[in-house]
Design a protein around this ligand. Sequence first.
Ligand code: NAP
Ligand code: ZN
Length: 352
Amino acid sequence: MYKAKAYAVSSATSPFGPATIERREPTDHDVQIEILFCGICHSDLHQARDEWHDMMPTMYPCVPGHEIVGRVTRVGSAVTKFKPGDLAAVGCMVDSDRTCPECKAGLEQFCNNFVLTYNFPDKHTGKVTYGGYSDSIVVTEHFVLKVPSNLDLAGAAPLLCAGITTYSPLRHWGVTKGKKVGVVGLGGLGHMGVKFAHALGAHTVVFTTSPGKKEDALRLGADEVVISKDANEMNKHAGSFDFILDAVAAPHDINAYINLLARDGNITLVGAPPEPLPVGVFGLIFRRRSFSGSLIGSIAETQEMLDFCGKHNITSDVEVIPIQKVNEAYERLLKSDVKYRFSIDMASLKSA
Ligand code: NAP
Ligand code: ZN
């Protein structure tokens, strides 16, 4: 074990502060990474504040962060893909059993025994996993990704969650040229969804509650922007969408979007508000529409997404902050006041 610097919360109501955590020494298959940037996902906020208590209660102290990019500092003797000095990235998962049918199918995100990057039991330390609001992390090689060298690192960090979580369902539901695609909520996930839908060639429509984001939505690649509070504007799109990606972090009326789907259209939720969302059955029955969810993406698909981003020069629009501003950043995230992802410059942790 060695000691690492981190920022942690000690309860659902306490602010973040400096902490010292224990990391394992790299074993044969491990990669040790000096963390350079870590994005702030709304899931970090949900979990730091124990908002997902009924599904996955938070164990304190909690060190969130699953949008990690950094540089390899040490590798175990059996590691083949990385060497010290390489760029590397870690997303939402750090392990899985790798023997179950899901793992064998290359879908680790559905493994019953996966290990999430933070707030999960850690067999190595006997404690819980600690995420990327830290100066280093040790992860088994299979769960470490390669970062295309042309990408800005602060903007690449959010690809590890916001990127893959939007890329995966767009690909799964066959979004391509000629399809009409909606993205609901222009936050960290939503703005990546817009960039990907646009890059895949779809006619992309953004639904936002924030009129002030309209210009940005167009700049990010949207063909149209709808202010979702305006029923007239919404009605103009009734029955017309092939696919809608809903990335909203709070309770909202899902039926308003189901009604915008064409025959056999699908709406996929990636946003994860803790409260149930009432769904009107008739909206689904008519036109054989479907309603589904999606969880991040597999390791192979995450690498595919990173390579796609390298090829198309896609990164997240980020506001880079020092770790000392993390409490303020959370308050702004709650007000949808970030364009469009906070990325923590982890060099700031040295002076914490
Ligand atoms: P975010 O940056 O806070 O963005 C959420 C956006 O939702 C806001 O920017 C806002 O967009 C919209 N919104 C907020 N409150 C709203 C309300 N009351 N009614 C309607 N719209 C509202 O959050 P994020 O980091 O993108 O995460 C979004 C959600 O995805 C979170 O719940 C997170 O936990 C979840 N998530 C899921 C997965 C997965 O694997 N499924 C992975 C990562 C994150 P406008 O201003 O444009 O309206
Ligand atoms: Zn996330």
